[in-house]
Design a protein around this ligand. Structure first.
Ligand SMILES: Cc1cc2nc3c(=O)[nH]c(=O)nc-3n(C[C@H](O)[C@H](O)[C@H](O)COP(=O)(O)OP(=O)(O)OC[C@H]3O[C@@H](n4cnc5c(N)ncnc54)[C@H](O)[C@@H]3O)c2cc1C
Length: 482
């Protein structure tokens, strides 16, 4: 495993002294789980408190009452460049549950498909041959996009307060390039509209994905998300940790020698506390003391962004694709769940039928629509992209609106993302919205958990503790551009 934990000597001396430091972790999403796994492995005695009866937080699954099916709250994907998430999967033993794809299909209304894949040409030019063949972009669009990719990849793009859309307009991007290239790539990566995305976030997505051919390999879980993350629970328990479900942190009191917490009306004391809560849940638990004021103020700058998943079960196959990017319409991605989950065999109840999930990121236009309106819209659009769907009957459907899916990566927001160490030496923050250098993703959440664990172990006097995995190495010409 790539991660180096607190030195064995330090860890052993901790257990030999038999007073293992105790850590309370509030929040069983990826940030809390990553921190808990790292600390439990380093011989801290971890107790994780999760408000809900299951793990995974915003990346979870449950038995949907209306359909009787186990559904993910939304399809989650990762890329090989998510090195900490991949390392976390290896650590908890679920790496073989991720199926990797090295190509991405774009579909236009009417059904014409174009495939982006890597060629043997060195990075960052590896996808150029397939990109240059895209029929849905003309020569002017391609020239503008290539120039923009070169600028975003090869030069540093600090947050200047401008949005990516205004950057596009100032850098000669055609309307078609914006609508059919930048929108599909960035709105789904950052879950926000282009006029609200900071240039530094957009540049990071582009630069990271151009680093090497492997960087764009897309991973899709082949089991429900909570099954995936339950394995982190097993990992923690196997290292003397404890998980307490339906336990909500109410508040805490940071004393110099311990942290007292109130959970579900009971008080307990721990040596350390990691608050791995979403930004909109943290305010509620912060104590009413002066040191909490700057953090509270930071929280007021965060805005949530919605993502909507539309789950459709058809009586027959409507496409042979596992996934696709859909252009020019409301729905942005299709995931063919009955193909992705086929090894498990729990979702495709009828082998001739198919289960599709459609994803709309930054789905502000859907928030006020009813479930029936959204299903009608999705069906209409699916039938435009996939002619086979026109004859198919919809067996059942559901819509899951995640109104607080991610934080909006707006210009200026990085200044308000707090580090994992806080004003209180025994209290640490984790969560995709804390300062990680990454946007609101599973990778960002795991990074934040590892950073919190690094900060905590340093504070506990353990030298050389290092949890973060190294970034994916650049290959080809990208090696010369750091
Ligand atoms: C619809 C949707 C689609 C997404 N798609 C992708 C994707 O494709 N790829 C990707 O990388 N990322 C995706 N994301 C983002 C990703 O899910 C998040 O960035 C990540 O899961 C956040 O993890 P976290 O641990 O920081 O927060 P959370 O997952 O929110 O975890 C916080 C946990 O704290 C618990 N909690 C809250 N209050 C308390 C309390 N007082 N006491 C105890 N527990 C409490 C919550 O129940 C929750 O379990 C998506 C998110 C959504 C919602």
């Amino acid at each position: 495993m790539p991660t180096v934990f607190a030195s064995t000597e330090d860890a052993l001396s901790m257990t030999q002294n038999s007073t293992q430091p105790t850590v309370a972790i509030a929040g069983g999403g990826l940030a809390g789980l990553a921190a808990a796994c790292a600390l439990a492995e380093s011989r801290f005695r971890v107790t994780l408190f999760e408000r809900r009866p299951y793990l995974g937080g915003r990346a979870s699954s449950y038995q949907h009452p209306g359909t009787g099916e186990v559904v993910d709250n939304c399809q989650h994907v990762l890329f090989r460049l998510c090195t900490n998430l991949v390392e976390f999967y290896c650590r908890i033993g679920v790496e073989e549950k991720i199926r990797w794809y090295d190509q991405m299909t774009f579909i236009e209304p009417g059904g014409r498909t174009s495939v982006m894949h890597a060629s043997p040409i060195p990075a960052p030019l590896h996808t150029a041959p397939s990109f240059l063949k895209f029929p849905f972009l003309n020569a002017k669009d391609k020239f503008a996009i290539s120039r923009a990719i070169a600028v975003l990849t090869l030069t540093s793009q600090p947050d200047t307060g401008q949005s990516f859309l205004s950057w596009c307009q100032r850098h000669g991007q055609t309307q078609n390039a914006i609508e059919r290239f930048w929108k599909p790539i960035l709105v789904s990566a950052l879950s926000e509209d282009l006029d609200l995305i900071s240039i530094s976030y957009a540049a990071q997505v582009v630069r990271e994905s151009m680093k090497s051919p492997a960087a764009r390999h897309m991973g899709v879980p082949t089991i429900p998300l909570t099954d995936l993350y339950n394995r982190a629970g097993d990992y923690i328990r196997a290292r003397s940790g404890e998980i307490r479900f339906r336990n909500s942190l109410e508040t805490f009191s940071p004393d110099p020698t311990q942290v007292r917490i109130r959970v579900s009306e009971k008080e307990e004391a721990f040596d350390y506390l990691v608050l791995a809560l979403p930004f909109d849940g943290l305010d509620r638990v912060l104590p009413q003391i002066p040191e909490a004021i700057p953090l509270r103020e930071n929280l007021t700058h965060f805005e949530p962004c919605p993502i909507t998943g539309i789950h459709l079960w058809f009586d027959r196959q409507i496409t042979a694709l596992d996934h696709a990017v859909l252009l020019d319409r409301t729905i942005q991605w299709l995931f063919h769940k009955s193909r992705l989950l086929v090894a498990r065999g729990t979702v495709a109840t009828d082998s001739s039928g198919s289960y599709i999930e459609l994803v709309v990121s930054a789905s502000k236009t859907l928030i006020d629509k009813s479930r029936a309106e959204i299903v009608d819209l999705a069906l209409k659009e699916v039938r435009e992209f996939f002619p086979a769907a026109r004859a198919a009957n919809l067996v059942k459907s559901t819509v899951i609106k995640e109104v607080h899916a991610t934080y909006s990566p707006r210009p200026g927001i990085d200044a308000y993302r707090p580090p994992q160490a806080t004003a209180w030496p025994r209290v640490f923050l984790a969560g995709d919205w804390t300062a990680t250098g990454w946007p609101a993703t599973m990778e960002g959440a795991v990074r934040s958990g590892y950073l919190a664990a690094e900060s905590l172990t340093r504070s506990a006097g353990i030298k050389d503790s290092h949890f973060l995995a190294p970034d994916l190495p650049a290959t080809g010409f990208m090696r010369f551009f750091g």
